[in-house]
Design a protein around this ligand. Structure first.
Ligand SMILES: NC(=O)c1ccc[n+]([C@@H]2O[C@H](COP(=O)([O-])OP(=O)(O)OC[C@H]3O[C@@H](n4cnc5c(N)ncnc54)[C@H](OP(=O)(O)O)[C@@H]3O)[C@@H](O)[C@H]2O)c1
Length: 227
């Protein structure tokens, strides 16, 4: 049985990823911060779901999780946890601290989590790191404002592109994914697709990913997204 680890699994896309990986027959390690949501706790009644607390910016907690799981195989890591950033993100209103905090969560943490889990990923026959990025980090996507979010996801894309090259010698596939505009707390009620549709697409894509595709930026429904 393959295993997927998902960060930020208490709600939104992350919670639905747990459901869809389970439905595909994978075991799931779900991480949450604070307390797990009721929905996640209910899913964790299955023997195939294990919960671990993880604040992704806590470097020692990330390293400790990697150490704890180092003798277990992880086939698919989904770096899902992320934030939109502060309310004030206009060019004349964005505080440095809030911008850097957004980077800490959206950009630095996925790299740190990926690095910490390498021993577990190296045990897999087809190890994959799938990182939930955003079209808002793409150079071909227009739009103004939201400087912290857009720049953190653009930098995340580059981080994952570099990582894909570094981990090529290990045969680890590394792909960022745009999950669609999704009706979560972050995406809002008028977004295009449901968390179920997004998660189903990401799981389908992640389960079928092979090393030839490493370094590709995908959309949730399996199309190639321009960087
Ligand atoms: N929704 C969209 O339309 C959309 C579009 C493009 C990309 N995305 C990306 O998709 C991913 C999931 O977003 P979503 O829409 O599901 O958002 P969401 O409903 O706001 O959920 C975000 C999840 O990330 C977790 N999280 C945030 N900061 C964390 C931290 N420091 N440590 C650990 N966990 C943390 C949250 O945990 P708590 O419950 O503890 O806060 C929550 O589980 C994000 O990376 C987001 O940027 C979303």
């Amino acid at each position: 049985m393959d295993t997927a680890l998902i960060t930020g699994a208490s709600r939104g896309i992350g919670l639905k990823l747990v459901e869809h990986f389970l439905a595909k027959g994978l075991a799931v390690i779900a991480t949450y911060r604070g307390e797990p949501s009721e929905s996640l706790a209910t899913l964790a009644q299955s023997d195939d779901v294990k919960l671990h607390p993880l604040e992704v910016t806590d470097e020692s907690a990330v390293a400790a999780l990697g150490e704890t799981l180092s003798t277990q195989t992880i086939d698919i890591l989904v770096n899902n946890a992320g934030v939109i950033g502060p309310e004030a993100q206009a060019r004349d209103a964005l505080s440095s601290d809030a911008w850097l905090e957004t980077f800490a969560i959206n950009t630095l943490s996925p790299l740190r989590v990926s690095h910490a889990l390498l021993p577990s990923l190296r045990r897999a026959t087809n190890p994959r790191i799938v990182t939930v990025s955003s079209q808002m980090g793409s150079m071909v996507h227009g739009g103004v404002g939201l400087y912290a979010y857009r720049s953190s996801k653009a930098a995340l894309n580059k981080v994952m592109h570099v990582l894909s090259q570094e981990l090529a010698e290990d045969g680890i596939t590394v792909c960022p994914i745009h999950p669609g505009w999704v009706r979560t707390d972050m995406g809002g009620p008028t977004a295009d697709i449901s968390p179920d549709e997004s998660a189903a697409g990401i799981v389908e894509l992640a389960c079928g990913l092979t090393f030839e595709k490493t370094g590709t930026f995908f959309t949730w429904d399996g199309r190639i997204h321009p960087w």
